[in-house]
Design a protein. Structure first.
Length: 51
């Protein structure tokens, strides 16, 4: 399996990141709750299972 580096010091906005950040700010859900938390956790779990 190919290893893909995730840059930690350089912002990586090559997809819908800006849209999601703007939505979180606009809806005032910038915390441990909100619409994207469950989706993020699910996707991270999938990535970790394949690592």
């Amino acid at each position: 399996m190919e290893q893909v580096a995730i840059p930690l010091s350089v912002p990586n906005f090559c997809g819908k990141e800006r849209t999601y950040v703007d939505e979180a700010i606009d809806t005032e859900w910038v915390s441990t709750g909100g619409a994207f938390i469950g989706q993020f956790e699910t996707e991270m779990a999938k990535k970790m299972e394949t690592a």
